[in-house]
Structures are given as C-alpha cells and as structure tokens.
Design a protein around this ligand. Structure first.
Ligand SMILES: [Mn+2]
Length: 429
C-alpha cells in the first residue's frame, strides 16, 4: 500500500523528468572533469538511510506554548503512516525510531505488522526517564538513573529493560538512553556520587542488552537542568562507553553542545577510538534549538559528513554509526520539515563523497592551508541536487518531495480523518 497516490507521484515526476535528465548529465560532465563518477555517487546516496523519530511527526512546542497543526497523528499507528509518506517521497528514511512510553501499545505484533505493511523498519528504541508517566510510583523530578533514592533508580532501570523487550519484539537492535538528570544549583548534588550511581544503573541495563544490540548514550550539556547535567559532554559520554563495554557507544546530537564547539572534531575523535554510536541530526543558532537539519549551518553538517565519509572510505575499524533526525517542528508541517531534513543529510553525504581526498591529503602534507580549505569548499559549493533527485526518482520516490506532497493533499485528507486530540507526547527530546 502507498500513502501517496501513485498517479499524483507519476504526474509530478513527469513534469520534472526531462529537466532532471539534463541537469544530471550536465553535473555528470562537470564531475567527470574532476575525476568523479556521478553514477557511483548516486548509488551510494541511494543506499543511504536516516531514521525518522516517531515524535517528530507531531507538532512540537516550546516551554511557552504549543500550537497544534492540522491532522496531527493521534497515536503510533498514525505516526507510522506519516513516516511512510516521508519515505515514499524521499526514499531516504526506511526506519522509524520509537519513544517509550509515548509509543507504547498493547499489541506489539500489530505495530510490527503495520511497519511491514508500510515498508518501514524499527530503528533504535528511546527510553523516557525525564518525565513522569501516569501511575508511576517514583517521580523523576530530581533525577532517574542517578537519583539519590535506590528505588527510583531501579524503576528507571526497569523502564529501560522494558524498552529493550519491546524493541526485541519489533526487530530493533539498539537502545538510546538520554536522561534529564542534573542540577540547577551549585551544591545541589555531589558530582561524583551522582555519576557513580548513574554508572551502576547503566551497568544493570547493559548486562541485559542482547549480544547483537548496541547501547547509545546521548550527552547534553544543559536543559532541563541548567547548572549541571550528569551526562554533560562527549568526554563524560566517552567515559561511560568505556566503563560499560564493547556494546556501548556515544551518540552525538548536533544541538547538545556549547555554542561554537567543533563537533566534527569530536566526531573524528570518537571514530578514532571506535566509540561513535550515531547521530541525532538537527540544527541550531544559539543552543539546543532543534531546528531543521541544515537550515542554519549547512557547512557544519557537511564537515561532519566529511569525517564520516573519510572513515567510510578508509574502512575505519568498528565504524557503523546509526543516523537519525531529532528536531522539533513548531511552525512548519512536520512531514515537510522531515522530508527536507532527510534530503539535507543526503546532500551533505553526497558532498562528502565528492571531496578530492588525495588532493586534500597532499595539501595537508604540504601545509598548504588555503588549498586544503579550498578542496573542501569545492565539494561544498557543488550543487548535488540532481544526484539526490535522480536517486529518489530511480528508487520510486519524488523528484520534488515537498511539491509532490502538497499536490497529493495528504495533510487535508488526514485532517478530515483525524479529529484533534490532546497531544500524546512529543516535542523536544
Ligand atoms: Mn537527541
């Protein structure tokens, strides 16, 4: 089954097919002069996929307000249908990352079946110990896995183990743990004791992790705690992965750093020491703004992918990061934002693939700073859109995903089918 009419898709693609062929041929000639085979780049882009977060298809909000959109998904089954639209048109998002308990259902086999029907798999499971679920015995107001109270820590461990069990039934192979634990006041908690308690709790989770699973820990320097967080930066994150063992890796959310931090360098370090687990892609201007990927600083996204492509091409030991979007959509249709963000990630990947790495290494060895920089810029300046569009078209997707989505009238259709309900959870993670 398809969520978008194949008639609409064909009609929209037919309008753009001839122009795309010309643009693709022209770009192919340009790249051939630089020694790049455009078809080889296209094949790699076609094989690339980034996971969509289930919570991303609902309208987000800020701590001030939330303005609901039309036809918002009412439950995880609706969310999967919206995710299927994104994949049908972009052909770049074949998996969905779930959040428990927001996406918890009684009938897990039905959820797995729904995914299979829509052509979607399940990526990393995400646990939630940063807010209290209804009827929860112990509150996470003052922390979860690092809480001073052993029973609260145990409850948080049990929740993560439940996420693993649900994930096993869905075919997931990873658990992502992000905690909101931290403090707002100097002296509120003992840094060392908090981290010891956290590590003990994480070890209890790690012990129950299936052999073919990976455990991702996500650092974040502030929010909801504003003075200190227990897992504040990549240094602490690396210590966690080292303490836990070979199935534990660091997850890098692009928004969870201090302003102006050199994220691509952190990525390189984690690759070098075989602890890069994956990404949450988004963008920001000031902090963890959860803006659309590539909307503010596409060059930084490219520089991250430059490191990833470098590791891929030299077959760096243990290199297999998970890629996921993690952003909040307050003023756009979430499906449109996620389609564009998936495309932006593909764009950064394609640009990374056309970097002249032999020339770059030569300029680095010769200390030619200007030409080394220019080599990266030459790839970044290249408009690779024809490669992305051709990869989508040949995989059955849309040359122009947003235009096709709008022409199909999907949002108006689901707005009629889905009466507005109170939000089932979502927003910023
Ligand atoms: Mn994140």
């Amino acid at each position: 089954m398809t969520m978008i009419s194949t008639d609409v898709l064909s009609r929209e693609n037919d309008r753009r097919r001839a122009d795309l062929a010309n643009d693709y041929d022209h770009l192919g000639e340009q790249l051939a002069r630089r020694g790049v085979d455009i078809d080889a780049v296209k094949r790699k882009v076609a094989a690339y996929s980034v996971a969509v977060p289930s919570w991303g298809v609902g309208t987000g909000g800020t701590r001030f307000a939330r303005f609901p959109g039309r036809g918002e998904p009412r439950n995880i089954f609706d969310k999967l249908e919206d995710c299927a639209v994104i994949h049908e048109l972009t052909r770049a998002t074949s998996t969905v990352s779930l959040h428990i308990p927001w996406d918890k259902v009684a009938d897990i086999p039905a959820l797995r079946q729904k995914g299979e029907t829509l052509g979607l798999g399940f990526d990393a499971m995400n646990s939630n110990t940063f807010s209290d679920a209804p009827q929860q015995e112990h509150s996470y107001k003052f922390g979860s896995l690092s809480h001073a109270n052993a029973a609260t820590r145990r409850q948080a461990v049990e929740h993560n183990l439940e996420c693993i069990e649900i994930g096993k039934a869905l075919g997931s192979k990873a658990l992502t743990v992000w905690i909101g634990d931290g403090t707002n006041f100097p002296g509120q908690a003992d840094f060392t004791k908090s981290f010891e308690r956290y590590l003990d709790a994480m070890k209890a989770i790690y012990r129950e992790l299936p052999d073919d699973w990976r455990l991702f820990t996500e650092h974040k320097m502030y929010e909801p705690a504003f003075y200190s967080t227990v897992v504040q930066d990549w240094g602490t994150n690396y210590l966690i992965a080292q303490e836990l063992g070979p199935k534990a890796f660091c997850l890098v959310d692009l928004g969870h750093h201090a302003p102006n931090v050199n994220i691509e360098m952190i990525v390189a370090r984690l690759i070098q020491f075989r602890k890069l687990g994956g990404f949450h892609f988004n963008d920001s201007k000031y902090g963890d703004d959860d803006l659309d990927t590539g909307s503010i600083d596409p060059y930084r996204l490219f520089l991250v992918f430059n490191e990833l492509v470098d590791a891929e091409l030299r077959q760096a030991d243990g290199f297999a990061p998970a890629h996921m979007l993690d952003q909040s959509h307050n003023v756009t249709d979430p499906i449109e934002s996620l389609m564009r963000s998936a495309t932006e990630v593909c764009r950064a990947y394609a640009q990374g693939l056309i970097v002249d790495r032999a020339a770059l290494a030569g300029y680095q060895d010769e200390n030619d700073a200007l030409m080394a920089s220019e080599t990266l810029k030459a790839a970044f300046r290249t408009d690779v859109e024809p490669i992305l569009a051709m990869a989508r078209l040949e995989a059955g997707g849309a040359i122009d995903p947003v235009a096709t989505y709008r022409a199909a009238g999907y949002r108006a259709r689901v707005a009629a089918e889905r009466p507005a309900v109170a939000s089932g959870g979502g927003g910023i993670v």
